[in-house]
Design a protein around this ligand. Structure first.
Ligand code: ATP
Ligand code: MG
Length: 445
């Protein structure tokens, strides 16, 4: 008697449909507990493995025994659906009809020789991807090299800088599909799980956000500058300082922003002056007067927007020795660590606030909200990056003009003319100061 062919009815939530319908190099699903990721991946792979001959590798960072893997889940699904075309072996699963094969491996212990066995893989499923190291990913990605091969990734976010998150999902390209899925998106989520989630929500919203909504652990880490650091700087009162005066000038970009001058001498930041609705000539006139009256050592100004016009006027008036134009978006002095100049300058503010002896800021709630309101993130190279200006603006309701003006005073290290660095026989040349500048020696803020 001809055996009636069984079809696997894929009962997966719509959000997982792209696993089966879309052609993408990487399919990245992340979220909190019980979103249905493991089941959906398992069912989709079993279905695909029946349709054509595929080599499917189920991977994780560490796999001491097959029990650590998704082997058991696949076996359970095979048994539930009575997929008799699948044959289960001790350490692999094969489809007798299509010839598909599931293999299971831990990545950490793969040496170059073993990893080669993955070169013919059609689909690699990385489960519990939050534990995958950057090293494992760097070895794996080029190994999955067969034409049309796909990498499926399921992750419960752990930290903000989960290596695979940064490498793959934080800035996805058009060959990468990224979807967030939580228990609330899982139509099969058991009642018991929902009760546990709700209990957690009422007890600790932070735990709930992490465990059930898939947010990375906060640990206060996504704020660049903590409230505590800023409050501490408000408390101090320094009367004066011998350090050179640095002025940061953030020129208004649009009608609703202010142009702000920030005055700082070393660890003493003592004044902000804001002006609204000035044109370039008016801002340049004010800057000219301030330069004449206070004789700053440097004026750093943002020339990404309107500031360029002000810069040209000041240059024309002969202040080229004093003024420096800075593009927030340009590459950082320390390119390895910072995504751009803006991230670098803001992180210098953070370092300054945390330094000892303590530093001082004028008490100002606008400044407080601006400094503590900016979130940080990391780009795919692991470099510090600030969130986009539009996002900050949306939250603050305005641009962080004062904080940007303060950040500008940290655009470049300033050399303390009063304390020349002794070099060789007590001699130091200007050129040497300049060429060692980036190594951070003898510099002061
Ligand atoms: N297709 C399905 N059919 C029946 N039940 C399902 C299905 N998908 C998910 N479930 C139910 O939802 C629960 C959570 O699914 P799953 O374990 O796949 O989620 P997950 O996102 O991998 O969660 P975790 O982060 O806990 O690993 C399962 O234990 C199961 O009870
Ligand atoms: Mg899972």
């Amino acid at each position: 008697m001809k055996q009636k062919e069984k079809y696997l009815t894929v009962k997966i939530a719509e959000i997982f449909a792209p696993l089966l319908t879309e052609k993408k190099r990487i399919k990245f699903y992340y979220g909190g507990r019980s979103g249905g990721k493991s089941y959906a991946f398992a069912d989709s792979l079993l279905l695909k493995g029946r349709q054509e001959k595929l080599l499917i590798a189920c991977l994780r960072e560490i796999q001491d025994s097959i029990k650590d893997s998704v082997y058991k889940l696949l076996c359970d699904r095979i048994s539930l659906y009575q997929l008799n075309d699948y044959q289960i072996f001790e350490n692999r699963i094969e489809n007798k009809i299509s010839g598909s094969k599931f293999i299971f491996k831990g990545l950490r212990d793969q040496d170059a020789h073993h990893i080669k066995s993955l070169e013919g893989v059609d689909i690699a499923w990385i489960e519990e991807a939050q534990t995958i190291s950057k090293r494992s990913w760097d070895i794996l990605e080029p190994t999955i090299r067969k034409d049309g091969s796909e990498i499926w990734i399921s992750m419960n976010r752990e930290l903000e800088n989960d290596p695979l998150w940064i490498a793959v999902a934080a800035h996805p390209d058009d060959r990468t599909l990224v979807r967030k899925v939580n228990y609330t998106d899982n139509p099969f989520c058991p009642q018991e799980i929902k009760i546990q989630a709700q209990k957690c929500q009422s007890k600790s919203p932070d735990d709930y956000a992490h465990i059930w909504l898939g947010e990375p652990l906060r640990q206060g880490h996504n704020k660049l500058i903590s409230a505590e650091l800023v409050r501490r700087a408000f408390e101090l009162s320094i009367i004066s300082s011998d350090s050179p005066l640095i002025i940061g000038l953030d020129v208004a970009r649009f009608g609703d922003d202010s142009s702000v001058f920030c005055f700082r001498r070393g660890r003493w930041c003592y004044k902000f002056i804001s002006y609204e609705k000035l044109d370039n000539v008016e801002v340049a006139n004010i800057a000219t007067n301030l330069i004449k009256d206070y004789q700053p050592y440097r004026v750093f100004m943002d020339i990404g927007g309107q500031g360029a016009g002000v810069y040209d006027i000041l240059k024309d008036r002969g202040f080229i020795e004093i003024i420096r134009g800075i593009y927030f978006g340009e590459k950082a002095i320390n390119e390895e660590r910072y995504f751009n100049r803006r991230a670098e300058m803001w992180d210098n503010v953070r370092g300054w606030l945390a330094s000892s002896p303590q530093v001082q800021l004028p008490e100002d709630e606008d400044l407080f909200n601006e400094l503590t309101g900016v979130n940080k993130k990391y780009d795919r190279r692991g470099r510090l990056q600030l969130e986009e200006k539009d996002e900050i603006k949306k939250r603050l309701g305005r641009s962080p003009d004062k904080a940007d003006a303060l950040a500008l005073t940290f655009a470049e290290p300033i050399y303390n003319a009063d304390e020349p660095r002794l070099y060789r026989q007590g001699q130091i040349s200007l050129e040497e100061i300049f060429t060692t500048q980036l190594k951070g020696r003898n510099e002061i803020w």
